[in-house]
Design a protein around this ligand. Structure first.
Ligand code: XUL
Ligand code: MN
Length: 344
């Protein structure tokens, strides 16, 4: 925990080999144990998991064996003084989910997706966390005529309800993203995710995760998405990062593209006391050119950026800001914010 009371997390996939869709890996793989050893050194408190980050071979194991392996991971976390923030079922890589998971046209594939998500809930229990993140990666279709958006919404609801029934303590945070890997996804924004959650059978157990890059890809402002979700008490996790334009998902270091946009994300989180609600999660990747032995600096940079921006948010001259708002002198307000960000 830092001096402001914030805790920080990232996922093991955030230390990665640097492959992109047009080129192979450029850095050697690091083991989970090696990655775990980095967390505290870098100033982090918690680990984000996909189900198979915790139990890599889960497809070959019985539910009881999966729980056993998850217990062993819990012991490792304890040894390092770390906690698990959430578990997310990885529903986009298995051959059964090629046409989507919860919204596949094949009922067997939908059943697989729900069963796999239940195993992810088991893993979360064993890791001592009550939060599941659902990034609905392939819940869309390249072919508009092949699926039905209304039916898809109902199928997503059925899956969420099945999980809420399965584990009465589980909370679910939906992570919206407008595109990639699909050209269009069924839950592209905070508004879609919240609408779905409010329809669930236990709406008080369904919230959202806001990822900066995903909001930007949707053409939206991440700080506004944060404010919208927090006004309903629904922002339970974040994936802070950055993104250059409405292109592919870049997972750049937080604040590295648009400092003012990042400032506003932190300002809105801090004004709404996010440290009391959730952990500050990152979803950042080192750029492909980064040498292997230096490929955790994106995590360090993002965490330090967050803390510096908290300082800047708290040292903002609020009286002057309010006076300028009252005078509707937004040009002067613009200058005040820019000067503040430039340190003068
Ligand atoms: C994909 C993405 C995922 C989720 C976790 O864009 O952000 O890493 O955050 O499944
Ligand atoms: Mn993410």
């Amino acid at each position: 925990m830092d001096k402001f009371g914030y805790r920080f997390s990232f996922g093991p996939w955030n230390i990665h080999e640097g492959a992109d869709p047009f080129g192979p890996t450029v850095r050697p793989s690091r083991t989970f144990d090696d990655k775990l050893a980095q967390y505290k050194t870098l100033g982090f408190d918690a680990v984000q998991f996909h189900d198979d980050d915790a139990v890599p071979n889960l497809g070959d194991l019985s539910p009881a064996q999966i729980r056993e392996q998850a217990k062993a991971v819990r012991r490792k976390l304890d040894e390092h003084g770390l906690i698990a923030e959430f578990v997310a079922p990885r529903l986009w890589e298995h051959p059964m989910t090629i046409d989507g998971a919860y919204t596949s046209n094949d009922p067997k594939a939908r059943a697989y997706a729900i069963e796999r998500s239940k195993r992810a809930a088991d893993i979360a229990q064993e890791l001592g966390c009550d939060l599941m993140v659902l990034w609905l990666a392939r819940e869309g279709t390249y072919m508009r005529e092949a699926k039905n958006a209304g039916r898809a919404a109902q199928q997503l609801l059925e899956a969420i309800n099945a999980l809420l029934d399965y584990d009465p303590k589980l909370r679910i945070a939906i992570e919206p993203k407008p595109n990639e890997p699909m050209d269009l996804a069924y839950i592209p924004t905070m508004g879609h995710a919240l609408a779905l959650g409010f329809q669930a059978k236990a709406p008080q157990r369904v919230g959202v995760l806001m990822e900066s890059a995903h909001s930007i890809l949707a053409g939206l402002d991440p700080a506004d998405e944060i404010g919208f979700a927090m006004s309903f008490g629904k922002l339970w996790s974040v994936h802070l990062n950055d993104q250059n334009g409405l292109k592919y998902d870049q997972d750049r270091s937080f604040g590295s593209v648009d400092l003012r946009r990042a400032f506003n994300e932190v300002r809105v989180l801090d004004e709404n006391r996010f440290w009391e609600v959730g952990i500050v999660g990152l979803d950042v990747k080192a750029i492909r050119t980064q040498p292997a032995e230096l490929a955790t600096k994106h995590l360090r940079n993002s965490l330090h950026m967050f803390l510096r921006l908290v300082e800047l948010s708290r040292s903002l001259d609020r009286q002057s800001v309010n006076a300028l708002i009252a005078a509707r002198d937004y040009e002067e307000l613009d200058w005040l914010i820019l000067s503040h960000l430039m340190g003068r």
